[in-house]
Design a protein around this ligand. Structure first.
Ligand SMILES: Cc1cc2nc3c(=O)[nH]c(=O)nc-3n(C[C@H](O)[C@H](O)[C@H](O)COP(=O)(O)O)c2cc1C
Ligand SMILES: CCCCCCC(=O)C(=O)O
Length: 370
């Protein structure tokens, strides 16, 4: 498919176009999952095993997709998850992505490993609700400075990634000897911390960078530490069990993001949507629960909300939109998902997310006896 002869109509169309357009090393980095990529596949296939039980003959002529997230109105419950190094997809990188999310009226999460800085994104998208995703560096003073910069730049929450106690082996990056092209930098840093992922090594340069500079040994005490050093709500991203969600809620986090890192860390961990029910049952009345991983259709958004998520986030779909044509491409991807979600609401008999009930979804096995 080329931009000239075919109009992308679905997230899958954007993915096909983007993967054909990108250099193979960048395409491999964005697309891949860990090891056998089983969890990467589960994230989407698990949604297909859930059926929607629609209600009919209800007045759904006026509909509203808005939800309240951390006390703020969000027009559509589909935000953008943090993905590293977005300038490989488009020269406007994270700034374009954040602007598009603002136009859609949702939440943008900026990665620590961004190729546009905290301050650049804040200036480019002042009206977008922005959260900052944090990786903890061995250098705690540097980590504290990142937190202070996000606060000063008007970011509304910190998202601590907790599924990164080791590098999840991605074979594509190892084969490609992945590096960040040297004209790009990790924009939140200077010196080696900024250019380190561009240095050639025997495998993935990102893996080497992370093993050199990240603190891979963080524990719940570090979540408490982070809460002490910031006034912002702290979300934990990468929770897959009720047990851990309860610890997070007891500590007083602002939110839990049910996520397996897009299938990039622990292969054969469950699909995010499979893990969601036990977590929303355990803590959904105490903290806001969100989900990312495998959202490719508006029906997926509906299913996640039915199973207890307050909103969802997409990672790769936004990268594919960005690759297609920057801010407009991301906006188009978010519009496709938003329109599909709106249609799903109507066809399932709901006027708003508040009308979605858990008995409107069921596992396919409900019907397998027929
Ligand atoms: C290319 C890429 C880079 C990512 N970088 C980060 C990151 O810097 N920090 C983080 O917490 N998660 C990162 N993630 C995980 C995403 O935030 C998110 O959990 C995942 O992409 C959701 O799955 P999806 O791509 O199927 O929507 C990354 C994912 C991808 C695909
Ligand atoms: C220990 C895992 C860190 C990965 C850093 C970038 C990222 O989140 C991703 O590529 O995925």
């Amino acid at each position: 498919m080329s931009e000239q002869n075919c109009q992308p109509c679905s997230v899958a169309d954007f993915e096909r176009f983007a993967r054909a357009k990108l250099p193979s090393s960048a395409a491999g980095y964005y697309r891949s999952g860990a090891c056998g990529e089983h969890t990467l596949a589960f994230n989407q296939s698990a949604f297909q095993r859930i059926r929607i039980r629609p209600r009919v003959l209800r007045d759904v002529s006026t509909r509203d997709m808005a939800v309240t997230i951390q006390g703020r109105e969000v027009k559509v419950p589909i935000g953008v998850a943090p993905t590293a190094m977005q300038k490989m997809a488009h020269p406007d990188g994270e700034c374009a992505n954040a602007r598009a999310v603002g136009r859609a009226g949702s939440v943008f999460i900026l990665s620590t490993l961004s190729t546009s800085s905290i301050e650049e994104v804040a200036a480019a998208a002042p009206d977008t609700i922005k959260w900052f995703q944090l990786y903890v560096y061995k250098d705690r003073e540097l980590t504290k400075k990142l937190v202070a910069r996000a606060e000063a730049a008007g970011f509304k929450a910190l998202v601590l990634t907790v599924d990164a106690s080791a590098w999840g082996m991605r074979y594509a990056d190892a084969r490609n000897k992945f590096i960040l092209p040297p004209h790009l930098k990790l924009a939140n840093f200077s010196g080696n911390l900024s250019s380190g992922v561009s240095e050639k090594t025997s495998g993935s340069a990102l893996q080497k960078y992370i093993e050199d500079v990240f603190d891979l040994n963080i524990t719940w005490d570090d979540v408490k530490w982070l809460k002490r050093i910031t006034k912002l709500p702290v979300m934990v991203k990468g929770v897959l069990t009720a047990e851990d969600a309860k610890i997070a809620a007891d500590i007083g986090v602002g939110g839990v993001i049910v996520s397996n890192h897009g299938g990039r860390q622990l292969d054969t961990s469950p699909a995010s949507i499979e893990a969601l029910p036990e977590i929303s049952k355990a803590v959904g009345d105490r903290v806001e629960v969100y989900l990312d991983g495998g959202i490719r259709y508006g029906t997926d958004v509906f299913k996640a909300l039915a199973l207890g998520a307050k909103m969802v986030f997409v990672g790769r779909p936004a990268v594919w939109g960005l690759t297609y044509n920057g801010e407009e491409g991301v906006k188009k991807v978010l519009d496709i998902l938003g329109n599909e979600f709106d249609t799903t609401l109507a066809l399932a008999g709901c006027r708003s997310p508040a009308d979605i009930r858990s008995d409107m979804v069921t596992h396919e096995s409900t019907y397998s006896k027929l």
